[in-house]
Design a binder for this molecule. Structure first.
Ligand SMILES: [Zn+2]
Length: 409
């Protein structure tokens, strides 16, 4: 009797009962029967309806017990439904639609898919990859429909590449709760439009801060769709642009000065780009040697290091003074990449200084993006962007899972 109670405690069974549980050496089979105190419910409209006939027995895979596969066996009834008219198979509370897996098993698959690859889950539970995909799909749809977005006030926009830089996915994060809010294919105007359509006017109006890269299409859309929000350009993106500019100076100089300079510059790339406190002792010595040579790259390096202090020069009015000085220096440096960078900052100065009015940045996004990269790496078989995005939601959006009788920790 104990085993019947066990099965019963893991399956949604109102209106049904477990009659017997058999073990044949390979698997447990629990036979279910209707509880005669309840009328069957129509599978279409879920309302009680008159019994008509009984169909052939169906089997449903349930969560394995002690590693032993468990099957539920039940002969569904058909009903004459007067509410929606016609003959329908009754609704079965332990399963959704025509699935061969119980809801509890689907949730179990989805739960494991948060930590293992879909393929591993499929092997572990002896089901197909497609079933795991379906389980994640169900869990995500449920989670998206049941999550609470009322407290979203500060968001960060970022993009990641899938398939080595060929396909882009734009992610929007909630900077307060540090979870993924929305993810969409592409990285253009339309993608961000799609996000705001999803968010809706009311919630867009509640946004207080938006953090993103200095990119005109983004800026235009944010200013149209959430004009009240303070637009802050992301510190990390800015540093990334600056690093790229410094690296461009290094490459230009190598190109202009030829082979001898190339030899001199061998293995110095990270010396110029890394934060000074991350340099090894050897690199530090090398840097001090190179600093005496009056190289363009050295001037770029000094500009980069000087810009670091900008972030400590709040409030905004003081930061602006610092930025003006730095701008003058950069634009008179005769280093084109740095000059371009300086002009880019000047064009986006307001959003840059907004950092001192609302200090938000996409720092947390960095960590989440690494997680996304892990997901895309371990994701065998994510041929479509949809699967990939589903998995991002599944692993990074902290979505509520469907509740089942059986909960897993
Ligand atoms: Zn009906």
């Amino acid at each position: 009797m104990l085993i019947e109670s066990l099965v019963k405690s893991t399956v949604e069974l109102q209106g049904f009962r477990v009659t017997t549980v058999n073990y044949d050496g390979d698997q447990l089979e629990a036979k279910l029967a209707p509880d005669r105190r309840y009328l069957p419910c129509c599978g279409q409209c879920d309302r009680p309806a008159a019994y008509r006939d009984t169909r052939r027995p169906r089997r449903f895979r349930h969560v394995p017990l002690w590693g032993i596969p468990v099957d539920l066996c039940y002969s569904p009834r058909r009903v004459n439904c007067e509410h929606c008219g016609g003959i329908h198979v009754e609704s079965l509370p332990w399963v959704s639609g025509k699935r061969r897996f119980t809801r509890a098993l689907m949730v179990t698959l989805a739960t494991w898919a948060r930590v293992l690859t879909w393929k591993q889950v499929a092997v572990l539970f002896r089901c197909s990859w497609g079933t795991v995909a379906a389980a994640v799909d169900e869990a995500v749809s449920h989670g998206l429909a049941h999550r609470d977005l009322s407290g979203v006030t500060h968001i960060g926009i970022d993009e990641i590449s899938r398939k080595r830089g060929h396909v882009y996915v734009t992610n929007v994060y909630d900077l307060n709760t540090q979870v993924l809010l929305w993810s969409g294919e592409g990285r253009g105007l339309q993608t961000l439009e799609a996000f705001f359509n999803f968010l809706g006017e009311e919630r867009s109006a509640r946004l207080q801060g938006v953090c993103c890269d200095m990119w005109q299409p983004y800026i235009d859309i944010i200013q149209t769709r959430a004009p009240q929000a303070v637009l802050v350009f992301d510190k990390f993106h800015i540093v990334q642009h600056l690093t790229q500019a410094v690296d461009q100076v290094r490459r230009d100089e190598i190109r202009d000065k030829g082979a001898e300079h190339k030899a001199l510059m061998a293995k110095t790339r990270y010396i110029w780009l890394k934060n000074p406190w991350n340099l090894t002792d050897g690199q530090r010595v090398r840097l001090s040697e190179l600093e005496t040579l009056n190289l363009k790259i050295n001037r770029a390096y000094l500009l980069k290091e000087a810009f670091r202090e900008f972030w400590d020069h709040g409030p905004a009015a003081f930061a602006k003074l610092y930025l003006d000085r730095w701008f003058w220096w950069a634009t008179h440096s005769r280093l084109k990449p740095l000059r371009d960078f300086a002009w880019m900052l000047r064009r986006h100065q307001e959003g840059l200084l907004n950092y001192f009015r609302m200090p938000i940045d996409n720092g947390i996004v960095e960590g989440l993006n690494n997680k996304a990269k892990v997901i895309s790496h371990k994701a065998y078989g994510f041929r479509t962007a949809k699967c990939f995005i589903q998995n991002l939601y599944h692993c990074m959006a902290d979505l509520p899972l469907p509740r089942t009788m059986h909960t897993f920790v």
